[in-house]
Design a protein around this ligand. Structure first.
Ligand code: NAD
Length: 325
């Protein structure tokens, strides 16, 4: 089976590409390297921007696939609030191009908990009506709708995987999270503890309606995410019907708890300051992961925050400059 992995030189895409290969799939990556790293994926790769319809169609004229896993996107909520049109181009247009160029090919889509908005419930379930509160979540929800309409017209089935906060590393294998600048809390906190961040960390809002006043998120290890993608592909190959599924642990951790976990794992202090709330940030995003278990037989196997943080710390210790080390 030959699988196209878009964004396969990025953080989650490369973890999935590597796992697919270990499962015996032939993997072909497309990436424009706007964020990705050549060191993250050693197999077949072609460089182009999926926003370019002609390039996508030329590629489809040359290559055929049994399945597509589409990771390529921009994924920063705060940036999406100030550059919404950039997000509509980056996150919706490639989905349309891929659907046009590869009719009938089963499609696994990187969606997000940001589609939900901020419903006032402990655990977010797929039964809720998504009401995104930032452009990033809105673009991902719109892409899910494109895939629903494609499936309804018998043009190909899909699974949309709504990840909560991807985290952790495959430290022993030499793979981890490297964005420049790094916006995500765990790697930023580790870089801060290692003295590699040139500014104090900002904690955005200390007055949220949460136990310690900081935002609560559900952190999910990239190897668990990768496993869910392989299962989603198999589900589609076995005739599974289109569906959107949460990928999370069901446990929430506050920003301050994450900083404490990084301090415990590194034995170093983090310098941080309280900053105003960021527009577009919901207070609490924690998954109800029951449906993914029921449909894919998937559960998070690394659900302790300390284990997730430890793996990231080991990667940063071994590769302080990320893939440039
Ligand atoms: N990281 C998270 O916590 C998280 C949570 C929920 C959903 N997601 C989704 O998961 C996916 C992967 O996230 P990530 O953290 O690995 O991001 P990433 O930035 O590390 O990876 C994205 C990859 O896509 C490539 N890319 C982006 N736009 C492209 C384009 N137009 N054409 C070709 N390649 C392009 C980038 O170069 C990069 O290698 C994204 O769709 C994101 O929205 C991520």
């Amino acid at each position: 089976m030959r699988i196209l992995v878009t964004g396969g030189c990025g953080y989650i895409g490369s973890a999935t590409a590597r796992l697919l290969e270990r499962h015996g799939f032939e993997v072909f990556v497309v990436d424009d390297f706007s964020e990705g790293h050549r060191g993250a994926w050693k197999g077949a790769v072609e460089e182009f921007d999926l926003r370019d319809a002609t390039k996508v169609q030329d590629f489809a004229n040359r290559e055929s696939f049994d399945g597509i896993i589409h990771f390529a996107a921009r994924a920063y909520i705060a940036e999406s609030v100030v550059q919404p049109l950039r997000y509509w181009h980056a996150n919706l247009v490639p989905v349309i191009h891929l659907c046009e160029a590869f009719p009938q090919v089963p499609f696994v889509f990187s969606s997000t908990c940001a589609t939900y908005g901020e419903p006032d419930v402990e655990l977010l379930s797929e039964k809720l009506t998504p009401q995104p509160v930032n452009p990033y979540g809105a673009t991902k929800l719109a892409a899910e709708r494109v895939l629903q309409d494609r499936a309804a017209a018998d043009q190909g089935d899909f699974v949309a995987l709504r990840y909560f906060n991807a985290a952790g590393a495959e430290a022993e294998a030499g793979y981890g999270e490297h964005h420049d600048p790094e916006p995500h809390i765990i790697p930023r906190a580790i870089l801060s503890a290692m003295g590699l961040l040139n500014e104090p960390m900002s904690v955005f809002g200390m007055d949220w309606p949460t136990p310690d006043g900081t935002c609560v998120r559900d952190y999910i290890h990239i190897e668990d995410l990768a496993d869910a993608h392989v299962r989603a592909l198999q589900y589609l190959f076995d005739g599974g019907t289109p569906i959107s599924l949460n990928l999370g642990t069901g446990k929430g951790h506050s920003v301050l708890e994450v900083l404490q976990a990084v301090e415990a794992a590194t034995g170093k202090s983090i310098v941080w300051h309280a900053a105003p709330r960021r527009p577009g940030d919901p207070a609490r995003l924690v998954a109800d992961p029951a449906l993914a278990k029921q449909v894919l037989g998937w559960t998070a196997t690394r659900s302790e925050l300390s284990a997730i943080v430890d793996s990231a710390v080991r990667w940063h210790a071994a590769s302080p400059q990320g893939y440039l080390s």
